[in-house]
Design a protein around this ligand. Structure first.
Ligand code: PMP
Length: 452
């Protein structure tokens, strides 16, 4: 394995005058002016259905800055090789690039070593990995796994499959009317039967930021392992797994401006070392005979087969970009956007916001009395505004608020005030029609063309 602190890629880019940094750094704009970085995202600068695209579906996936696309193209044009094997120059380059990306993930999360980072396909695969390794070694008949009502299905179903196969059960922590978890109820659920706590850092359906620091501390005081689903947190808040005391932290690259097909599991070094393998195959073994196999240490033990090398390179570029922009600056910008979004939506008749916790990221989940959520999504799309309507893979969270689906606008730092006003204008225009049922059935493309 190459030196994990290798900066091969970084140096190479620096020589090319790019260094994977946001464009505003080169332009000499003030650091922290994250608005200028919008220029770095080619996909944002297009028209959809005749209108400038307003991308409010960041919770589903984010757009990619040019440096990510360039890093991946460069990798495939020059360095493409399998990793960790083959004694030739391209194998060494590809391995360096892959391990450099691992080191960058460690830096993003505040891990103490790149060896604490396992590459996976995304959050879903990461949680499945943990359910099948940590879960299978810790959870037995009669045991309990505590999670929250806010969880994404990716942080419910793998634990449920485990629970069903070993005779354990899931205990969800309730949330209050604002969409925040109830800490007293959480405390009461932690018992000697609790073997694992699995919780999201940020709710994808409502945007609630959970008090993960207190929740981790409470679990650890009882010796319970904690898995944090950071899919909706990493692109919006500074995360420091060491300060949080998280045992495991999982995220997807595509939600933080990287490519699909790559994500990571952080696991504290001593805990990862105890876990059995999950998937078997090449690259995760020390020695194989037909009678017996000995396994590599972490992280290789959990990375069977050829990994998504090019995607890892893209993720590394995305994370360097985010780190250069600065998560505190991103969070401050998004906080301003979130307040405007809430103000604009709260002012529109018949709009009901779901999830009004004091601590939220820039996500607005809402329903409109008398209108179907998919119709709202469709009309907004006709105006170039991309939102998500549906259950957001978090059915228990929405059902807590008595709905099966909502419209979700989920923002990133590159969204603008103007886009939020456009969203408000189209919704207001929809409200002004006398016959709200009109929107449920007969609205046609172009009906609102004067509205945005
Ligand atoms: N957890 C949360 C909180 C999410 O928002 C998502 C994606 N919507 C996931 C898990 C699953 O992520 P992926 O589909 O990238 O595996």
């Amino acid at each position: 394995m190459s030196d994990a602190s290798s900066s091969y890629y970084f140096l190479d880019e620096a020589r090319a005058g790019k260094a994977g940094l946001p464009s505003f750094v080169h332009e000499g704009t003030a650091t922290g002016d994250v608005r200028a970085a919008r220029a770095d995202f080619p996909a944002l600068h297009q028209r959809v259905n005749g209108h400038p695209l307003a991308w409010f579906d960041n919770g589903a996936t984010t757009q990619k800055p040019r440096v990510v696309l360039e890093a991946m193209t460069r990798f495939y044009e020059r360095d493409n090789s399998n990793v960790h094997r083959g004694a030739h120059t391209l194998a060494a380059r590809a391995t360096d690039a892959y391990e450099d990306a691992r080191a960058t993930v460690a830096r993003l999360l505040g891990a103490s070593s790149p060896q604490e980072i396992v590459f996976v396909r995304g959050t879903t695969e990461g949680v499945n990995l943990l359910a099948n390794t940590l879960g299978r070694s810790r959870v037995g008949a009669g045991d309990e796994i505590v999670l929250t009502t806010l969880e994404h299905h990716a942080n419910i179903v793998p634990w449920q499959l485990l629970a069903q196969s070993v005779g354990a059960r899931l205990r969800p922590v309730p949330v209050d009317d604002s969409g925040q978890v109830q800490l007293d109820a959480y405390a009461a659920l932690l018992t000697e039967r609790t073997k694992i706590v699995a919780l999201s850092h940020v709710s994808n359906a409502l945007g609630t930021v959970l008090p993960v620091d207190s929740m981790i501390a409470m679990a650890k005081a009882r010796g319970i392992s904690v898995v944090v689903d950071g899919a909706q947190a990493v692109a919006h808040l500074p995360v420091d797994v060491t300060a949080l005391g998280a045992d495991f932290y999982v995220f997807s690259g595509h939600k933080i401006f990287g490519p699909t097909g790559i994500g990571a599991v952080y696991g504290r070094r001593d805990l990862l070392a105890e876990l059995p393998p999950w998937q078997g195959g090449g690259s995760m073994i020390r020695d194989v005979t037909f009678e017996h196999t000995t396994f590599s240490g972490p992280p290789a033990r959990f990375e069977a087969g050829t990994p998504s090398i090019g995607d890892a390179v893209g993720l590394g570029a995305a994370l360097r970009y985010v780190l250069a922009l600065g998560l505190p600056a991103i969070a401050a910008r998004e906080d301003r956007l979130a307040r405007l979004l809430t103000d604009v939506l709260s002012d529109i008749p018949r709009v009901r916001l779901i999830g009004t916790a004091a601590h939220k990221v820039a996500v607005a989940s809402f329903v409109v009395e008398g209108m179907r959520t998919d119709d709202i999504g469709r009309v907004l799309d006709e105006h170039g505004i991309a939102v998500r309507s549906g259950h957001h893979c978090a059915q228990p969270a929405l059902r807590r608020f008595g709905v099966e689906s909502s419209v979700r606008a989920s923002l990133a730092f590159y969204n603008t005030e103007d886009e939020i006003h456009r969203l408000g204008a189209v919704l207001r225009r929809m409200m002004r029609t006398d016959d709200v049922k009109h929107w449920g059935a007969t609205v046609k493309k172009g009906d609102l063309s004067s509205s945005a």
